[in-house]
Structure formats: C-alpha cells, structure tokens
Design a protein. Structure first.
Length: 202
C-alpha cells in the first residue's frame, strides 16, 4: 500500500464538529437512557450481547489496521466496507438497545445512529477525496460505504496486518472496556432487580 502525504485540509469544524459532538454525547446518553428504561427479557438480552460482541470485534479488528491520515486503509475490515469502525459502533448501539429488552427502543436507537453516522460519513468522504485523490475515488467505486456485500466479505481477510499496539494507539482497547462495563451494568440491574419503571415499550 502506498503512503500518501496528507494535503492540508480542515475537517473538524462547522457542521462536522457539531455532528462529532452529537455522536459522542449520543454514545453515552443512549445506553444510559436504555439502562434506566430497560426491562429483563432473556432472549432479547442475549441477542443484544451478540450484537455488542460482533460490533466490538469489528472495531478492534479495524482499529488494529488503521493509521489515520497516514495511508488509505483498503484491506481487511476496510475491504468489508469503507467505514467498519462506524458499522461496529452501530452494531454496539443496537446491542445496547436490545439489552433494554425492548425491540421498539432498539429500533429507535438503530435509526438514530444510522442517521448520525450517515451524515458524518458523507462529510468525511469529501475530505478523504481531497486527501487521497484518485486512490480514494477508486476505493469509492470498489467498496461499499457501510453495508457489506458477499464480495466484500470474501475480500475481508486478504492482505491485512493487525496490530494490537495500533488498536491501543487508536484508543479502541478503552472503548472495548467501556462496552464490557456497560453490558455488566445492565446485567447487574436485572440480576438484583434494582428498579423497573412502569413502562412496557415492547
């Protein structure tokens, strides 16, 4: 993979900066609200754990190959889709929605994070096109934006070097710990029946 010297470009300003703040706040507010509203449903809870595990695995894999603004990652998880970190986050948030025991809350959570991340991605694509030029435009043509295809699934394991050190540099180990702690908080609430609101948001 060729290393591209980044061109001067400003991304973290204006609408993008506002969206990033909304994204970060949403990542904390939604799980907290779901924890408060949640009611025990063992089957839906188990499904939520599966989605959180899948999402975090994808994020750990992606963060271990990503070198931000240094080179355009196109192998491994970045052959699966152009935004595997964001896809992983959406899966994790959907998982937290399911931990609440409510399919309605899970769908609301999914819709919100798809909306936010789609907007973020559209702004980032312009910036990445200016940063990596023709190489990125070719990437746009060959790799799906967010939803994997059968072809991209087949290419996912090709030519990739994963580094746990790089995952740590990209702060993903900390994010994984937060996901585990969040899941445990739901479990503790349900095991000890700490509270239950008189709402049925199935």
């Amino acid at each position: 993979m060729d290393t591209i010297t980044p061109k001067p470009a400003k991304l973290k300003q204006g609408t993008y900066l506002t969206l990033m703040r909304v994204r970060i706040y949403s990542g904390g507010v939604f799980p907290l609200a779901l924890l408060i509203l949640g009611r025990w449903n063992p089957l839906v809870f188990a499904l939520g754990v599966v989605f959180i595990a899948l999402g975090e695995a994808l994020r750990l894999y992606s963060a271990g190959v990503l070198r931000k603004n240094e080179e355009l990652s196109r192998n491994g998880p970045y052959a699966l889709c152009r935004n595997p970190l964001y896809l992983g986050t959406i899966l994790i948030q959907l998982g937290f929605g399911l931990l609440s025991g409510s399919l309605v809350l899970a769908l609301i959570t999914l819709a919100w994070f798809i909306f936010i991340y789609t907007w973020v991605i559209l702004l980032e694509e312009r910036w990445l096109a200016s940063l990596f030029g023709a190489q990125y435009r070719d990437y746009l043509r060959t790799t799906p934006r967010l939803l994997p295809t059968f072809g991209s699934l087949a290419a996912m394991g090709e030519g990739v070097h994963h580094s746990w050190k790089q995952a740590k540099v990209n702060h993903e180990l900390k994010s994984a710990a937060i996901s585990v702690i969040g899941t445990l908080l739901f479990l503790i609430k349900y095991i000890f029946a700490l509270w239950s609101l008189p709402l049925n948001l199935w």
